[in-house]
Design a protein around this ligand. Structure first.
Ligand code: ZN
Length: 195
């Protein structure tokens, strides 16, 4: 089973830290410019600029370092996503047939009020996005209408989305082993179910 919790929350946390650091950086710079904290009476433009510059530099250093750290981690994650990519992006005819049959030809995504979409399925979608290392396998296949397919894009599903889809599948999938959804490839390039 694909353990989405760690993957999903790591990326959400990074996003949040980045957002907070950018706001912190802006606020700190504005405050530093407004109150450079010099008690000398300025006699020239340089006397005005120097304490201002020093104050901005001091105020920006911590959020600046945080932003650099997040960017470095994001680059590492992106590199690992690229290494995980499945050389086969398209589902085979057999996977498509089995996946569509499992869904009874109906879109498996959810629309408003967390209910199953009622439109007919047209596409086989990677539940865990292919671009982020999602496997082109039956376990990672979800039947989707074109609207849901477009809406989903390359977002990593949340653990609760995964749980809800598996719970819904219990209602229309007859084989229990076909209920599980989501598969990510390992870094070694082999299929791997994270636990
Ligand atoms: Zn749909």
């Amino acid at each position: 089973m694909l353990e989405l919790k760690r993957i999903y929350w790591t990326r959400q946390t990074l996003r949040l830290v980045m957002f907070g650091s950018v706001i912190w950086l802006f606020a700190a710079c504005i405050l530093a410019v407004a109150h450079p904290g010099s008690n000398q009476r300025p006699t020239s433009a340089i006397d005005v600029m120097r304490p201002m510059f020093n104050a901005v530099l001091a105020a920006a250093s911590t959020p600046g370092l945080l932003i650099i750290a997040v960017v470095v981690v994001a680059i590492i994650i992106r590199g690992r996503d690229l290494r995980r990519r499945d050389p086969l992006r398209r589902f085979t005819r057999q996977q498509r047939q089995e996946g569509m049959a499992r869904a009874n030809g109906q879109c498996e995504m959810e629309t408003g009020f967390r209910r199953r979409c009622s439109r007919p399925a047209e596409h086989g979608d990677h539940f865990y996005p292919w671009s982020k290392g999602g496997a082109t396998s039956l376990q990672n296949f979800v039947a989707a209408c074109s609207r849901c397919n477009r809406a989903k894009g390359a977002q990593i599903p949340s653990p609760s989305q995964q749980k809800r889809l598996e719970r819904r599948r219990l209602g229309y999938v007859n084989a229990r082993e076909l209920v599980r959804v989501g598969e990510r490839r390992g870094l070694a390039g082999v299929f791997k179910n994270l636990s």
